[in-house]
Design a protein around this ligand. Structure first.
Ligand code: M6R
Length: 608
């Protein structure tokens, strides 16, 4: 959703800001804007739609301005328009503000400011910030911003410049991520390190209620009492923050093909073969408490919810924990009690999903141990939780999650292994899981080498309007995730169902125009899956199966098949989803969809 990039240095600011905005495009947005200051005069340019529209407008502007702030907006208050795009300015056109997040008390503040004579131009919540800063400003911008922040409730990552204060940018964070980029006599701020990855790999992650003050020579990190803080600079791996397609036609395809690497990165250095156990450094601070928990509640949204659903099967198989999985936006409104024996685990690629954050806050209030599994380093969920693990999968730019899903499944298995070995899981069982995990990258490569054939089969199915995906046990969540992939990028209706439920309703949908994708590996429920497939065939339903070469009966009965290597049941879903990610991809491609940025969707969903 919204994105921020700021620059203060000696180079021309506009190209740097535009480049940063382009890198933030993947997050989803509907308008963009920037303000730079030259000779105490702000130049503000905004446009609806793509950053390229904004870029086109800036091409007529000649300025050497070397500091400024920029924003991509995803409308929350007021429709997408130039007026509502950020930066928002005060009435004197001196103070420029960009803001990610939501100001919950903006209406009250707006009335107060209107009564004091301020004129509002936009429908945004952000505009109140610009007027409040003006109201509090005498000669010290930091003080004015601090007084303003005291009045705000809600979430914000915000950046402020003032026409009369040379090169100074003030940034404050509460709830919306902000990193500061440190260069040589130039400083950056961004809502996502990717925006500044072309300029520096030295970043400082701001925590909630911290403020950064940048100019072209130096920077300070302060708390909201205006006291200077000492914070470490992190060196980030530029490659993992790059948004280069590396020769692939889209980010989603690149990310699907990166899975052998992202999976290796998920388990690298995290297994102790000689003990048949895993080692997750991020959980070590809470290991003693973790050993004694009785119940695990997994909260997440979208694809992360489906990996959570699979997580339940994984934990039930490897540990003695009682496991619940709940969609974060539902969990936060339920009436429940939690105690010290309960851990709540949030799964999130972005670490910024508003519903998941709200669920964690609710769980914290009730005293549970909070754990996180996040890909994006330093984001809100990593700061909110007591401990957690990183995916280390590199940036995922395609809106449809692929490599993070499989990475989450590997990490859930490693977590299950860690806890399970304190419960009844034997060394031999632990060892066989480790052996299975180590083989995954090569097995995925084998599936990917068959992409051409998967594309050929996919083309045959691209004209259908509806799909059913079915599976049992581990492959029920796989069916749901595979259906989500198809619907989000191809806009075809698809539903994931537990195969055993077919006869209780959905089978009435089946005819020759309603194909079913059956995830039917050679496992303990294969015979049951075969019966379900027979029932669909008997009603003229077309069947595309994902299965193993040893599952002869499934192969015989299916109209089309994707063969995947066989592994232990707990890991099989990681292989089963790969051809179905490609199936969704190639159908969407056949239909000419905007695969990396499907309509109406954003990569990071920061509103509830
Ligand atoms: O960043 P998160 O993992 O918390 O995001 C959760 C969902 O918004 C996300 O998985 C979404 O469903 C994806 N578009 C799925 O491909």
């Amino acid at each position: 959703m919204c994105g921020i990039i700021c620059y203060s240095g000696s180079k021309k600011a506009i190209p740097i800001l535009i480049n940063g905005l382009k890198k933030l495009e993947y997050r989803g947005y509907d308008s963009a804007g920037l303000s730079v200051i030259e000779d105490k005069t702000p130049i503000t340019i905004k446009s609806e739609g793509k950053v390229s529209n904004l870029e086109a407008k800036t091409s007529n502007i000649t300025t050497n301005a070397s500091y400024g702030i920029a924003h991509t907006r995803w409308a929350t208050h007021g429709r997408p328009s130039e007026i509502n795009a950020h930066p928002q300015l005060d009435n004197k056109n001196k103070i420029c503000v960009v803001h990610n997040g939501i100001i919950e008390n903006y209406k009250d503040l707006k009335y107060e400011l209107i009564n004091k004579g301020y004129i509002f131009i936009s429908d945004t919540d952000t505009e109140v910030i610009a007027h409040l800063i003006d109201m509090y400003f005498t000669d010290d911008l930091e003080i004015a911003v601090l007084k303003t922040v005291e009045r705000l409730s809600g979430t914000f990552g915000l950046a402020v410049i003032h026409a009369d204060i040379d090169h100074k940018i003030i940034i404050v964070k509460r709830g919306s991520p902000i990193v500061i980029g440190v260069g040589d006599n130039e400083f950056f701020a961004a809502s996502d390190p990717i925006a500044i990855s072309d300029y520096t790999n030295k970043i400082i992650v701001l925590n909630d209620d911290e403020m950064a003050v940048l100019n072209s020579k130096e920077y300070f990190i302060k708390n909201l009492r205006n006291e200077v803080l000492k914070k470490n600079i992190k060196i980030v791996d530029k490659d993992s923050y790059s948004n280069d397609k590396k020769g692939f036609e889209s980010f989603m395809l690149k990310e699907i093909f990166e899975q052998p690497i992202s999976i290796k990165n998920a388990f690298r250095g995290r297994i102790i073969e000689s003990e048949g156990v895993s080692k997750l450094g991020g959980l070590e601070p809470v290991l003693e408490r973790l050993k004694s928990i009785k119940k695990l509640i997994i909260v997440s949204c979208g694809t992360s919810f489906y990996s959570g659903k699979l997580g339940r099967y994984i934990f039930e198989s490897l540990t003695e924990l009682d496991v619940e999985v709940e969609i974060a936006s539902e969990f936060r409104y339920r009436k429940f009690t939690l105690d010290k024996d309960v851990a709540v685990l949030a799964l999130s690629q972005s670490g910024e999903t508003a519903d998941t954050i709200a669920a964690l806050k609710e769980a914290k209030r009730k005293g549970a141990l909070l754990l996180g599994m996040v890909n994006e380093v330093g984001t809100t969920i990593t700061q909110l939780t007591d401990a957690g693990v990183y995916n280390h999968a590199g940036s995922e730019i395609g809106v449809a999650s692929t490599k993070i899903y499989t990475s989450q499944l590997v990490l859930l298995t490693l977590m299950g292994l860690l806890i399970g070995r304190y419960h009844g899981l034997s060394f031999i069982e632990g060892k066989s899981i480790i052996d299975g995990i180590k083989k995954l990258p090569e097995q995925i490569k084998e599936i990917l080498s068959n992409a051409k054939n998967i594309q050929k089969v996919s083309k045959k199915y691209a004209h259908f309007r509806d799909f059913l995906y079915i599976g049992r046990l581990y492959n029920y969540p796989t069916a749901m995730e595979a259906a989500l992939k198809l619907k989000e990028i191809s806009y075809i209706h698809a539903e994931g169902y537990p195969a055993g439920e077919m006869k209780h309703g959905p089978i009435s949908l089946i005819d020759e125009n309603f194909p079913t994708v059956a995830i039917a590996p050679d496992d303990e429920v294969m015979d049951k899956m075969l019966s379900n497939i027979e029932q669909i065939k008997a009603r003229n339903g077309k069947i595309l199966s994902v299965t193993n070469s040893s599952a002869k009966k499934v192969i015989e009965i299916s109209d089309d098949i994707f063969i995947v290597p066989k592994t232990i049941p707990v890991l099989q879903p990681i292989l089963n989803i790969i051809p179905l990610q490609l199936f969704a991809y190639y159908i969407a491609k056949e239909k000419g969809r905007n695969i990396d940025k499907p309509r109406n969707l954003a990569k990071s969903v920061t509103v509830e």
